[in-house]
Design a protein around this ligand. Structure first.
Ligand SMILES: NC(=O)C1=CN([C@@H]2O[C@H](COP(=O)(O)OP(=O)(O)OC[C@H]3O[C@@H](n4cnc5c(N)ncnc54)[C@H](OP(=O)(O)O)[C@@H]3O)[C@@H](O)[C@H]2O)[C@@H](O)CC1
Ligand SMILES: Nc1ncnc2c1ncn2[C@@H]1O[C@H](COP(=O)(O)OP(=O)(O)O)[C@@H](O)[C@H]1O
Ligand SMILES: [K+]
Length: 462
């Protein structure tokens, strides 16, 4: 599990070092890492460093001082001002200053641009002159290495403000939200996290890794039977949308449910012809999946209430999300996409997309359920306010029906005994990991059929 830290948490940790170990040169360590990675990314050729007015620019200047003795280095002071000691060191080492016109003109001969304009102190967006330079870097296809974060992004946000588009980003101590939350994360390129000796405390935002999914996967043991592995009741699909029933059953079966019972309104013959191991009809079970493909069902509320009355942990998807029963939904997992979460909260999809963490947290706090907010970045919020980001996957998964499969996967995991938040994290992650290992336009059901092999690989890698 990787901790994701806010700008404030990093600044507090830096302050602690300044207060307790005044001799430690944090900027020197940061600059050394930037120079080392710059040489690793492009070992030869001219490096142009775009330098801002604060400490981020200082990192760039001290990195320039380390690079200039063995390769040509140009400096562009993007906002006029620069860290004085850093500038002196860079110039002393042989770096040469250019103006804005010279900076853009030299791009054609540069092998690397180091973006050290702004970092943690970045206000969203870029001043016009810097925006022009960033656009020119893209036009010339120059490799950009951003220091701490692509200048223009907000360290704590997912929003893709006008910013540099980096091929590599070197950050310090831990990733910040902008490095892992889409769409901002797509501006960062490959992320290098460097330890500069900050002592950081765990917060309430973290990202799951493949190793967590492997560790948490409910692998059956000698004593397992179909009941102990977990029976999941799937009430999804309808006469109008029978496909959703097949998709959620496919998810539950391929995630390894001990038994799948189908109680929805899609024709049972259809289910049996595709999945003969599914048992049609009600019976004992450990969890239920509700809502995918219900459409405008008139008795949605009573079907959701039924799960609450039977104290059955539920995965609540799609239309069932608008018929949540009153009271705390402890042990439940809600799986909205941004539009659905907006409707639940009474705000717009755009608001949810701009404030995904806050919205997922609010829904979890309000309902008492865990909330899996689906999309390019998938957030699992708990009522406590803790948020775990699922392992990310490629955008191949972004197609109709992926959510129905995901609901089935999560249902099987909930039935196996995982707590709701973990079922959400593991379910969303396994779908993404499968898509990463099998890239291409697979249909959601074809992709789910590849999951068992990936689960076997993952759990045998332990
Ligand atoms: N502290 C340490 O020892 C260590 C710090 N480290 C490094 O320091 C970085 C943080 O440094 P920082 O706090 O100086 O902020 P930084 O990101 O350089 O920006 C502030 C300046 O930019 C300006 N500005 C911002 N946005 C703007 C915009 N859109 N358009 C125009 N101007 C804008 C802003 O102007 P103002 O808001 O004051 O008007 C201010 O002048 C951190 O990311 C890491 O790289 C590492 O070396 C480890 C040790
Ligand atoms: N950009 C993206 N990258 C990766 N996965 C995505 C992206 N956008 C959406 N997804 C995936 O697609 C699924 C879409 O779910 P949803 O919108 O509920 O679809 P449906 O209701 O049609 O099944 C989510 O589970 C998410 O995993
Ligand atoms: K930067």
């Amino acid at each position: 599990m990787r901790q994701i830290l806010s700008a404030k948490q990093i600044r507090d940790a830096e302050q602690h070092v300044f207060d307790t170990q005044p001799d430690v040169d944090l900027m020197g360590r940061a600059a050394a890492a930037v120079a080392r990675i710059a040489d690793a990314v492009t070992p030869e050729g001219t490096v142009l460093v775009a330098v801002g007015p604060g400490y981020n620019g200082g990192d760039g200047l001290f990195a320039a001082a380390r690079l200039a003795p063995h390769r040509p280095v140009l400096l562009w002071l993007a906002m006029g001002k620069a860290h004085e000691a850093g500038l002196e060191a860079a110039v002393r080492a042989g770096a040469q200053e250019v103006d804005a016109v010279g900076a853009i003109g030299s791009l054609v001969d540069c092998s690397l641009v180091i973006d050290a304009v702004t970092g943690l102190g970045s206000r969203p967006g870029l001043p016009a002159q810097v925006a022009t330079f960033a656009a020119a870097c893209e036009d010339e296809h120059v490799t950009v290495l951003s220091v701490d974060l692509p200048s223009g992004l907000d360290a704590d946000a997912a929003e893709p403000h006008e910013s540099f588009r980096a091929a590599h980003t070197v950050t310090f101590a831990a990733p910040k939200p902008c490095h892992v939350l889409q769409p901002a994360a797509s501006r960062c390129g490959r992320l290098h996290v460097v330890d500069i000796g900050l002592d950081v405390e765990a917060g309430n935002l973290r990202q799951a890794e493949e190793s967590d999914v492997a560790r948490w996967w409910p692998v059956p043991h000698e004593g397992s039977d179909k009941y102990s592995r977990g029976v999941v009741t799937v009430d999804t699909g309808s006469e109008t949308y029978p496909g959703a029933a097949l998709l959620s059953c496919a998810g539950a079966l391929h995630a390894g449910a001990g038994m799948v019972r189908y109680t929805g309104r899609a024709p049972s013959g259809l289910i049996m012809s595709r999945f003969p191991s599914v048992v049609i009809g009600d019976g004992r079970s450990e969890a239920t999946v509700l809502g995918s493909g219900w459409g405008d069902t008139d008795n949605a509320a009573s079907r959701v209430e039924w799960a609450k009355l039977h104290r059955l942990p539920a995965v609540v998807d799609a239309d069932a999300l608008y018929s949540l029963p009153n009271g705390r939904l402890e042990g439940w997992l809600l799986t909205p996409h941004a539009g659905e979460l907006g409707r639940i909260l009474g705000c717009t999809r755009a608001h949810v997309e701009a404030q995904p963490l806050e919205c997922a947290r609010e829904a979890a706090r309000h309902t008492g359920a865990s909330v899996l907010l689906k999309g390019a970045t998938q957030y699992i919020a708990e009522p406590s306010g803790r948020v775990t980001i699922a392992v990310a996957g490629p955008a191949w998964t972004a197609r109709a029906g992926s959510g129905d499969v995901l609901a089935g996967i999560c249902g099987a995991l909930l039935a196996s005994g995982l707590p709701a938040w973990k079922a959400g994290v593991v379910g969303a992650s396994i779908q993404a990991i499968t898509a990463t290992r099998h890239p291409g336009p697979y249909t959601p059901d074809d992709l789910s059929a590849r999951m068992p092999q990936v689960i076997a690989e993952l759990t045998s890698e332990l």
